[in-house]
Design a binder for this molecule. Structure first.
Ligand code: DGY
Length: 325
């Protein structure tokens, strides 16, 4: 019997053709993410699902789909490296493997992190607005001046694949790398980056720019809470291209207004696509709509990797890119 695969998001044509060769597909054409109710209605009866990072793969959805009599759910192949939308305790208990897309979006996300870092520290968006609204009347010595990256200290919270790729780029800008991370970092990477390890409190106190590259888990949720944000160096900048839930975004405006922060660059939010009103009106925050990995090449590779996993599974071959914790 051919497996049935639920494809709840638009995938590139060549990816669909590869899937059609091995499975019967149920395509969902709506653009907005499905609600949990919709997933509960539409996922059961499929052996595999290819969700995006905003699709609710909750315990209830997973349990209901895996209890389906004819085609219980057997594989989730997510088109993202982050999998915090998937209840991993439930997939473990139900024995449903989860594939994702590690590695492929490292360089694109690191590029976007640098772009956001530059936009924030050099006030690029604010300067563009200033010019367009007719405020530019003359050149002056301190007009829209910001932080010089050369010689500044970059604190990296999470020195994994993306954190390391950001560090390599930042070194080319003359930044000094400090980091805090769970687990070991290979010696040769630390040597190459001339990076220095710090505790989180030290990192907060010493970094001119802090960039976040940790996964969102129970232990990292709000790792940058009010206390942490207020413990940052005076005049520091914060950049987050990882997950919104790592930072308590409700206190960011206060940390800019009354605390040490000089600027913030965000690509991710706790409850996307909603962005707290306290952030939207501010010139000292650059806000992007979660486009870290959004190059044509990378987004195609992400879809293709998720499809690789489903095709291999349908052919009874070892499933590549499985998430392992
Ligand atoms: C991911 O894959 O987790 C990224 O956030 C997508 O850009």
């Amino acid at each position: 019997m051919r497996p049935r695969v639920f494809v709840p998001a638009e995938l590139p044509r060549d990816c669909l053709q590869r899937l059609e060769a091995v499975a019967d597909l149920s395509l969902r054409t709506e653009q907005l993410p499905p609600s949990e109710d919709e997933m509960l209605r539409r996922l059961p009866g499929h052996d595999a699902c290819i969700p995006l990072l905003t699709y609710p793969m909750t315990r209830q959805v997973l349990e209901t789909a895996s209890a389906s009599p004819d085609h219980p759910l057997k594989l989730v192949a997510q088109v993202a490296v982050g999998i915090d939308n998937i209840d991993l305790d439930a997939t473990r208990q139900l024995g449903i493997p989860v594939a994702h897309t590690p590695g492929v979006l490292t360089e694109a996300t690191a590029d976007l992190t640098m772009a956001l870092m530059l936009a924030t520290t050099r006030r690029i968006v604010e300067a563009d607005r200033f010019l367009r609204d007719g405020s530019w009347s003359h050149w002056s010595l301190h007009l829209l001046s910001g932080l010089q990256l050369q010689g500044a200290r970059l604190g990296i919270l999470g020195l994994g694949r993306i954190g390391t790729a950001v560090a390599r780029r930042a070194r080319a800008f003359g930044m000094k790398i400090l980091f805090t991370t769970e687990g070991e970092v290979p010696e040769d990477v630390v040597r190459e980056l001339e990076a220095e390890r710090r505790t989180l409190p030290q990192l907060l106190a010493e970094s001119d720019v802090l960039t976040v590259h940790a996964p969102l888990t129970d232990s990292t949720h709000h790792i940058l809470d009010r206390d942490a944000l207020f413990a940052m160096k005076e005049g520091a900048y914060l950049v987050n291209t990882a997950r919104g839930g790592l930072v308590d975004e409700t206190v960011l405006a206060e940390a800019l207004e009354d605390g040490p922060l000089a600027g913030v660059g965000l690509d991710v939010y706790a409850d996307e696509p909603s962005v707290p009103a306290s952030l939207v009106g501010r010139d000292d925050i650059v806000l992007l709509p979660h486009i870290g990995s959004s190059t044509v090449h990378t987004r195609h590779r992400m879809a293709s990797m998720a499809v690789d996993a489903v095709v291999a599974w349908a052919n009874n071959e070892p499933v590549p890119h499985l998430f392992r914790d």
